[in-house]
Design a protein around this ligand. Structure first.
Ligand SMILES: Nc1ncnc2c1ncn2[C@@H]1O[C@H](COP(=O)(O)OP(=O)(O)OP(=O)(O)O)[C@@H](O)[C@H]1O
Ligand SMILES: [Mg+2]
Length: 252
């Protein structure tokens, strides 16, 4: 069995007096494509932000590659973890190229300066199916789908082995969404990275995930391969989620 790359060990997290995660435990093996689904406010974004240390647990531990994130150097931790946030979150005052180079250039690496930066950014744009000629544009000069792709290119720039994706394909049309899904599947298959991918779309969760995590009110209520989620829903909520997708073919 592969080593767990991300572990939540009885994690509790509250904001003010509002408890969001309660005794949340989960162990994600390396190379898993984990899709995360659940009602708005159930704690999906909170769980992601605990992994890269943007917020910290009140109780319990979050381990990345065996190290407690509470003890990790936050910059080093985040360099190894790509993050695409809900609503894209590109820096509006930076060109596409600077957006992409942002995380690796924090380390002042010469690999991300001048011509080398240009070359690497162009390569990443191609990886996500965009014209390298877009490198000099600003986010406002891109379509929603192009912005999403730049967000993915930026998350891949530091060659992370973990990718956290928070509703990355939310605001795009169906065809673009399907293309983006196929590209992220290809990236996952080629690079064997571990992906945590939040979505509100059950068919997206079943198509992309090698494991699906269903969250209800801050708890993990099902964590199974997509086929098992479809055939044996663990709770009435999961049954309701998959009812309309009975004929869907999940990822094998
Ligand atoms: N920084 C914060 N301060 C106060 N409350 C917060 C904060 N971040 C999240 N919350 C609250 O925690 C709960 C869970 O939020 P979270 O963002 O994890 O939900 P989510 O499952 O990602 O929802 P959505 O599907 O709408 O994105 C919500 O009630 C939210 O209002
Ligand atoms: Mg969220």
């Amino acid at each position: 069995m592969a080593e767990p790359v991300i572990q939540f060990d009885r994690v509790c997290k509250s904001f003010d007096s509002h408890s969001v995660l309660r005794d949340f435990s989960l162990s994600v093996e390396g190379g898993t494509f984990l899709t995360v689904i659940g009602r708005s406010g159930c704690g999906k974004t909170t769980a992601l932000r605990l992994v890269n240390g943007l917020i910290s647990a009140d109780a319990g531990r979050v381990l990345v590659k065996g190290q407690d994130v509470a003890d990790a150097d936050p910059v080093a931790l985040r360099r190894g973890i790509g993050y695409t946030i809900q609503n894209v979150g590109l820096f509006p005052h930076m060109t596409v190229e600077k957006n992409i180079a942002y995380v690796p250039s924090l380390s002042k690496s010469p690999l991300w300066k001048g011509d080398e930066r240009r070359r690497r950014a162009a390569e990443l744009l191609e990886t996500v199916g965009l014209e390298p000629g877009l490198a000099g544009r600003y986010p406002r000069e891109l379509s929603g789908g192009q912005r999403q792709r730049v967000g993915i290119a930026r998350a891949l720039a530091a060659q992370p082995d973990i990718l956290l994706m928070d509703e990355p394909f939310g605001a795009v049309d169906e065809i673009t969404r399907r293309q983006l899904q196929d590209e992220i599947l290809r990236l996952h298959q080629e690079r064997g990275i571990t992906i945590l991918f939040v979505t509100h779309d059950i068919e997206e969760a079943l198509k992309l995930g090698t494991r699906v995590l269903v969250m209800e009110e801050g708890r993990a209520t099902q964590f199974d391969p997509p086929g098992a989620v479809m055939s044996s829903p663990a709770t009435p909520f999961v049954a309701q989620l998959v009812r309309r997708s009975r004929d869907f073919s999940p990822r094998q």
